[in-house]
Design a protein around this ligand. Sequence first.
Ligand code: FES
Ligand code: FES
Length: 150
Amino acid sequence: MISLTVNGRKRNFKGPPFKRLIDVLREDFGLTGTKEGCGEGECGACTVLVDGKPAASCLIPICQMAGRRIETVESLGPPGRLSPLQRSFQEHAGTQCGFCAPGLLMTASRLKETGADAVRVGLSGHLCRCTGYMHIVESVTKATRPRRKR
Ligand code: FES
Ligand code: FES
């Protein structure tokens, strides 16, 4: 059995040790906010926080997560009580199809620099097929500083 903390809650996983973290989150823990794009570590769609750092959940076997702290997009804010960062994505059209948004939100939640150039660099591991990135950068730069310093 593998024990870990997901969104502040202790969770146990009994199953194949090399099952991918994204699959455990979605299939075993019911946290379907995390999305799979490429499945190869290239697009950033599946990004979650592992011990506070962004990581591609499509590349991580669950056996490496014993005792670790995972945060998914569900940790930011439930429907109706969105975080300032999520609201900023809404207000500034940072999402269109929304597939890239969960991963972007998790990485953006850890960015310390707030200028547009720093945001572009910080989010450079994320691919979006819809927005052209301008709205994403605007959403992050216009979100309130205290939330990004979480
Ligand atoms: S789905 Fe994991 S990086 Fe693309
Ligand atoms: S909003 Fe569609 S992939 Fe980014």
